[in-house]
Structures are given as structure tokens and as C-alpha cells.
Write a protein that binds this ligand. Structure first.
Ligand code: THG
Length: 373
């Protein structure tokens, strides 16, 4: 990839905010749900320090919505979601692992209950639309499954709340974590949730009319100066420190929610029915063979992991590093690794094969990165 550019075409979709993202000097993209998702602006570390102090505006349009609408929308949402959505309430968001019949993860969206007969699954990077539409067909359900014109714009960072109060008014403060409410903008009502893929606090605005994208960006940017607002994006360093997993990187169809530590989002102890439940119950009974753990890696500063790095213990392969990077604030290389259960005890020392090197590493709980500071 060195120096090469991503060649544009219709398949690689722009977003309602792309022109502003480019004007702001985006310097790296990834492809996510067939769409451009920024990864870097001024530099991974520069973006990270700024995110932890000020406010950033993120084009996360690539978190596409799979909309279920109709009399059977609730039924389909419940069948798809390992999270118990039977009592889902309009105005609430639910982090909802989606499994196949073997318990393998297909996606890990945020599910929004828009109305009793309307759900949005705000998806990670996989084509969940086809699974949902196929289930609706196969089960003979009365529900429309579509990808509506909805593009999330995130405002993240400790100053995000004050900034959005200046744009949308003081009612912004009343939105609780993982809830949303609707706010007027240019004659439309936009859903705004307190959520987002960082642990610095913030909101996600679900723009449901692409033609207003630049106006929305500009309305926020106009009030941004007191908060040192910059364009940003989900930040690799911050999200690893914060224990946020990325589908396709830290988990795939080969992994179950139990192996990724998402047990608490799975309805295994009540009579909720969902696809994959039997497999997960069986796995819980038999015990998992691998688990996503934290790692601190000694030695050279780690470059962002692009291919899974082999983990070794006494000469045998015991797993892979799925994401990893050097954290300036922790002054440590931190990583997620899918590891054989034999080494999943915090404190266990293993080796990681980085490009041309073997580096010593210590297994830890993912939640313990913050205690390294
Ligand atoms: N926002 C929206 N859509 C998304 C993401 C997002 N789709 C893709 C991806 N991110 C989905 N993955 C996650 C993972 C974690 C969280 C959100 C989306 C998250 N978790 C909280 C935590 O870990 O503390 C709390 C979850 C809860 O309590 O229910 O925020 O970011 N729109």
C-alpha cells in the first residue's frame, strides 16, 4: 500500500460530509460498509491528545443503519439480537451482538428503538442487511428491511456537550447515556443520542437527509471555536485504551460473544429467544477455549497492527494480536489478543512476533489498561 491511493468509484461511497472531511485535511481512510471512514487527520497521537481534551466532529456515516419497519419489526429485531430487546423502549439504544446459528458473531451494532414498529441497527463493518432481509423472507415476516438515508455524525470529547448546547439548546444535557431525543434542524427533526465510539463523552446525530450534510457540519463548526473543535475520527489509541472492540479486527464470524467477553449483552439466563442462543448455552456449559484479552508489549514502540501478530508461549503458537498500538499517555504498547485459554491468566508472560522482532508481553484484563497510567 505504500504511497498508493484508494481509487474512487461508485462502490466506494462518499458521505454527506465528505467535502468537509477533505477540506479539514483528512490524511487516512479505511473502508467500512463500502464507505470511506476517516482514520487519521493530523496524526494518530496528535488526534488522540486533542480528543481527550477538547471536542471533535467525526464523520461516522459508515456506521450504516439497517432499518426494520413494519408489524413484525420487533419480532425480527428480537430474533437477530443476542441482547434482550423484548422490552425495548423508543428513545433507547442497546449494544446488541448479532450471532449466526453457531453463535459466530455477524456484527455488533447499536440497536435503536425508533418506534414500536421501527428499529435501526447501526452496524459495524459487515453486510448485515442481507442477513436481516433473508431472515424476513425465510420466516415469512411482515417487515421491510432497508438501508435508509441516515448518516451518523459524532461529536466526541469532554467539550462535546457544551458545544452541542450552543447548537441545539440546553435540552441536550437531559439526554442520558445510550438514550436519544429529537431536535429540530432546518425543518427536520434529528435523533441525537449520547453515545459514540470513544470513552471521552459525546453524542451522535443521526442525519436522515443527505442534502443537509454540509449545513449540519457548518452549523456545528460555526460554534466550535471556544471548544477548539477539530475534525477527527475514531482513534485507534483511545479506543484500545477504552476497551472498545472493532468487528472484523478484534472479533469475526469465527468468534462468539463469550470469547470476546460480551456475555453481559447476551440474554442467556432468561427465556428470550434469539438465533445462536443454543450454541452459546452449549459453549458456556462446555467452557470457552479462547478469549480476547489485553496485552502490554515490551520493547519497541508498536506500529498499528495491520496483520494479526502471532503470540507464542514456550515455542508454540497460542493466539494472535488483533489490534495494538503504542499509547503515549500510558507509555506502553497496548493490544487486544485472542488467546488460547491456557494463557488467559493475567500476569502470564508470552512473546509476540512483530515485524522482524520477538517482543515480550504480559497478559492482562482489558479493563486494566486505564490503571497503567
Ligand atoms: N455508534 C453507532 N454505531 C456503531 C458504533 C458506534 N456501529 C459500529 C460500532 N460502533 C459498534 N460497536 C460498538 C461497541 C461499543 C459501543 C458502541 C458500539 C459502546 N459500548 C459502551 C461501553 O462499552 O461502555 C456501552 C454499551 C452499553 O452499555 O450498552 O458504546 O459507536 N451509532
Amino acid at each position: 500500500m505504500a504511497g498508493a491511493q484508494i481509487f474512487p468509484s461508485r462502490r466506494l461511497r462518499a458521505t454527506p460530509f465528505s467535502r468537509r472531511v477533505e477540506a479539514a485535511g483528512v490524511s487516512g481512510y479505511t473502508v467500512y460498509n463500502h464507505m470511506l471512514l476517516p482514520t487519521v487527520f493530523q496524526g494518530l497521537a496528535e488526534d488522540y491528545h486533542h480528543l481527550k481534551k477538547y471536542a471533535q466532529i467525526w464523520d461516522v456515516s459508515a456506521e450504516r443503519q439497517v432499518q426494520l419497519k413494519g408489524p413484525d419489526a420487533h419480532k425480527l429485531a428480537c430474533m437477530m439480537s443476542a441482547r434482550d430487546l423484548r422490552n425495548a423502549q423508543p428513545g433507547r439504544c442497546y449494544y446488541a451482538p448479532i450471532c449466526n446459528e453457531n453463535g459466530g458473531l455477524l456484527n455488533d451494532p447499536v440497536a435503536l428503538c425508533i418506534a414500536e414498529d421501527t428499529y435501526w441497527f447501526s452496524i459495524a463493518d459487515s453486510d448485515l442487511l442481507h442477513w436481516a432481509a433473508g431472515l424476513a423472507q425465510g420466516m415469512g415476516l411482515d417487515v421491510e428491511v432497508t438501508e435508509p438515508d441516515v448518516s451518523p455524525l459524532a461529536i466526541q470529547g469532554p467539550m462535546a456537550e457544551d458545544l452541542l448546547v450552543d447548537v441545539f439548546g440546553p435540552k441536550i444535557r437531559d439526554i442520558k447515556f445510550f438514550r436519544f431525543a429529537s431536535f429540530p434542524f432546518k425543518g427536520r427533526m434529528l435523533n441525537i443520542a449520547r453515545s459514540g465510539w470513544s470513552k471521552q463523552g459525546g453524542f451522535e446525530i443521526y442525519l436522515d437527509d443527505s442534502s443537509l450534510g454540509l449545513d449540519l457540519w457548518d452549523a456545528i463548526a460555526e460554534k466550535g471555536e471556544p471548544y477548539n473543535l477539530r475534525a477527527g475520527c475514531p482513534n485507534l489509541i483511545e479506543r484500545i485504551e477504552s476497551g472498545l472492540f472493532g468487528y472484523g479486527n478484534d472479533m469475526t464470524i469465527e468468534d462468539t460473544p463469550l470469547e470476546v467477553g460480551l456475555d453481559k449483552y447476551c440474554a442467556l439466563d432468561n427465556d428470550a429467544e434469539f438465533i445462536g442462543k443454543e450454541a452459546l448455552l452449549r459453549q458456556r456449559k462446555e467452557g470457552i477455549q479462547k478469549k480476547l484479552m489485553g496485552l502490554t508489549i515490551l520493547g519497541n514502540q508498536l506500529e498499528p497492527v495491520s496483520v494479526p501478530l502471532a503470540c507464542l508461549h514456550s515455542g508454540s503458537k497460542v493466539g494472535i494480536v488483533t489490534s495494538g498500538v503504542y499509547s503515549p499517555d500510558l507509555d506502553a504498547n497496548i493490544a487486544f489478543a485472542m488467546l488460547d485459554k491456557s494463557v488467559c491468566v493475567p500476569g502470564t508472560e508470552i512473546e509476540v512476533r512483530t515485524s522482524g522482532n520477538i517482543q515480550m508481553a504480559t497478559v492482562c484484563e482489558i479493563s486494566s489498561f486505564e490503571t497503567l497510567a
